[in-house]
Ligand binder design. Sequence first.
Ligand SMILES: Cc1cc2nc3c(=O)[nH]c(=O)nc-3n(C[C@H](O)[C@H](O)[C@H](O)COP(=O)(O)OP(=O)(O)OC[C@H]3O[C@@H](n4cnc5c(N)ncnc54)[C@H](O)[C@@H]3O)c2cc1C
Length: 456
Amino acid sequence: MPEHEIAIIGGGISGLSALHFIRLLKPEQDVHLYEAESRLGGTIGTDNIEGYSFDRGPNGFLDREPLTLQLAEELGLTDKLERAGENVSNRFILRDGKLRAVPMSPIKFMMADILPVMGRLRVMGEPFAKKRPDGIDESIYDFVERRIGRDAADYLVQPMVSGVYGGVASKLSLKSCFPIMREMENEYGSLFKAMISKAKKAKAKGKSGAGPSGPGGWLTSFEGGTETIIKRFEEKYINQITKQSRAVEITKHNNLYRIKMANGTIVEAKSLILALPANHAAEITCELSSKLTSALGSIPYAPIAVVCLGYNEKNIDHDLDGFGFLVPSKENIKILGSIWTSSIFKNRAPQGMVQLRTMVGGDGDHASAELSDNELLKLVTDDLDQIMNISGKPDIVKMYRWKYGIPQFLIGHSEVMNRIEDETKTLGNIFVTGNAYYGIGLNDCVKQSFKVASLV
Ligand SMILES: Cc1cc2nc3c(=O)[nH]c(=O)nc-3n(C[C@H](O)[C@H](O)[C@H](O)COP(=O)(O)OP(=O)(O)OC[C@H]3O[C@@H](n4cnc5c(N)ncnc54)[C@H](O)[C@@H]3O)c2cc1C
């Protein structure tokens, strides 16, 4: 029976970066990663088909997290980092059936038609917004409505929340999804005041205060798509990884975690890192702790379908000069938004062709994510044809479905995290990492895995 000092279950970005950071911080420790599937990467993956490069899940990360850049460097991938083109800042929102540019400065915002005049004036009244009632875990929608008004909540923030979280702004917790917004309000009493103060401080330090696309950083991927990093992990850690090993049950015996695999193998480890989706982690820990299982199992997921289409550029009566567009739910259009992948990264479509990547489903529309392939394709092409003046059929279609796509940090998520933290501490030497806990993006996963690697 293999016995390790540290076992990691799950070979997505969270498990792989935990493995990397442990090797870096504790090279003397025997650490081994077990992955259920025959391929690593989890939601990360890239398919190269007929000159197109399709990302299955994430298509990039924001270059604001030093640990992700450090990871790329340590994996020898710095020269493979691919920054999105300058036009990535051109973003659009659908309003009254038309694509409208998202203004990037206060003056442009006041001139733009993205919100009605009263809606724009209401945004400018942000410093005078009502205070948050004490002691509540406020939803994103309530926070935004309170600070900048209902128009902005419906037409600027809800589409962003469904595009990023696949979520419904009135159900998600601001504290868990955008803690920085809450901190800015707590510290400065106003988001505008906070932004001005931060910009001044950054200027004094000689920095611009923001990445080229704002304080969020710049969208970045790897040459060849996101799978490039997964291949590099695999090459580097081939001896510390076993694929096709699905953990089915975890128990504890004499201070050792015992992991039963679906193929009958038993593995023991002094410390255990669960780097798998919370619902899978819940399933395999039920013999170990009902409290842990119940807390993990209470984190819901939204399903997402990603529909990648290749078109001849001549069939699209739009310059596609930008990142793409998001759809507010008030528009009564089924798609959540579409990313113009070949406009932002190189080599994602053959010469003369373009790639559009459209998201469907989310927590607000489970049914659409579950449509048959033909129905889903019809839904997407009908919407795109109308919004972007497309004629003719796509040259290629590739669909990816994520039934448990994006974890939802609902109101009360921080309480769930307290329960998970308390129970893992009680059990001892067991840790969780992944996108279901402290942040859903790749950067969040890397950051959480670094923390776990330092603690284990
Ligand atoms: C459609 C979509 C688009 C996204 N776009 C972006 C984006 O552009 N930018 C961004 O930053 N983030 C994006 N995300 C989020 C990002 O992809 C995830 O946060 C991240 O990839 C999660 O990584 P993970 O390792 O935590 O989990 P996963 O990727 O889910 O990996 C978990 C791994 O555990 C394995 N596993 C499961 N059960 C077991 C078991 N019992 N035994 C052994 N192994 C098991 C799985 O096979 C899998 O390999 C997107 C997500 C989706 C779904």
